[in-house]
Ligand binder design. Structure first.
Ligand code: MTE
Length: 317
């Protein structure tokens, strides 16, 4: 991945953990467990920053401190807006998140195009705190809001020959300046951004279809209005601003794998023992911390190990 030097995080004056938690307490105090019907069920588009309530799922709580909201929303990778960490937060205002549809098709008995507002009502929204480990060697801890991707996939009834799921980000150079040919185009990625999972990975209860974070509607720079979050894999597997989810029989081609196959494999499970050809993956810099910490196998999500039993994870990196 293109790693830019400099651009250190400035300690944010906005939401630290205490403030985030007190906002959550405030929302709960307002009787907001799974509330905000005006958001989840309303006809008009909830803007980024609008409160989005969800039931906090304690099962995923971590001992780690939550990353500052300010950091999670200003230190981003969203190459459609540019390669600098602050490009997405500076430029994401051009992304229009309504109307928005997600096509769910391919090897399915009931392929369908869903309106984003129907997706929001499809399953109860949960808040889950997950680690996010970028392949570049930094990490964050983010309280996401969403529901298991399996709930959406089951709606379309995958056929017996479906073995993989492909995710596609919106292609629109008017909204994503770096998709404009020749302008900011650094020639690295073949747009639209695509990613993929094996079907059993996609159906794993950890795989979260995500519409919010920090008690709010997902900010544009974090992949509004809908993205996937796969916490045991490097961050680039968690594709943003999805317009299509396609069931396939063959391993989908993915954007980073096409750009540099020897560096970015299809699986891309977080693995401290398999180094990137250009840097070690043994440790990581948690954004907001000074000292590097050890990277955990599967980013600490050991419950997925069974998905890979018998596989050589050095070969299937
Ligand atoms: N999705 C799209 N469409 N475009 C991108 O450039 N970057 C990926 C991933 N999803 C990316 C993307 C990478 S490299 C990371 S680390 C995460 O998004 C970052 O998510 P965040 O900015 O919300 O922390």
């Amino acid at each position: 991945m293109l790693i830019k030097r400099g651009g250190e995080i400035k300690s944010g004056e906005i939401t630290d953990r205490a403030r985030y938690l007190s906002r959550r307490a405030f929302m709960a105090g307002a009787g907001a467990v799974a509330l905000a019907p005006g958001v989840a069920h309303g006809a008009s588009a909830p803007p980024a920053g609008h409160p989005l309530a969800a039931t906090h799922n304690k099962a995923f709580d971590l001992p780690d401190a939550i990353t500052k909201f300010q950091d999670a929303t200003t230190y981003n990778n969203f190459y459609e807006f540019g390669v600098n960490k602050d490009d997405p937060s500076r430029l994401a205002g051009t992304l229009k998140t309504r109307p928005w549809q997600v096509q769910v098709d391919g090897l399915a008995q009931k392929p369908r195009t869903f309106d984003i507002d129907d997706v929001l009502k499809m399953a109860p929204l949960e808040e889950r705190v997950y680690r996010l480990r970028c392949v570049e060697g930094w990490s964050m801890v983010i309280p996401w809001i969403g529901f298991p991707l399996s709930a959406l996939l089951k709606r379309v009834e995958p056929t017996g020959s479906a073995k993989y799921v492909e995710f596609t980000t919106l292609m629109d150079p008017e909204q994503f300046p770096a998709q404009k040919k020749g302008l900011f185009n650094w020639g690295g990625l073949d747009w639209p951004y695509t990613e993929g999972l094996r079907l059993d990975e996609a159906l794993h209860p950890l795989t979260l279809l995500t519409v919010g974070m920090y008690g709010q509607v997902l900010p544009n720079q974090d992949g509004a209005p809908i993205r996937v979050v796969v916490p045991w894999k490097y961050g680039f597997k968690s594709a943003k601003s999805l317009v299509r989810i396609r069931l396939t029989s063959e391993e989908p081609k993915t954007a980073w794998n096409k750009a540099a196959p020897q560096e970015y494999g299809f699986y891309s499970n977080v693995n401290p023992k398999v180094d990137h050809p250009r840097w070690s993956q043994a440790t990581e810099r948690r954004i907001g911390e000074f000292r590097r910490r050890e990277t955990l196998m599967f980013n600490g999500y050991d419950q997925v190990a069974g998905l890979y039993s018998g596989m050589d994870l050095k070969k299937y990196y």
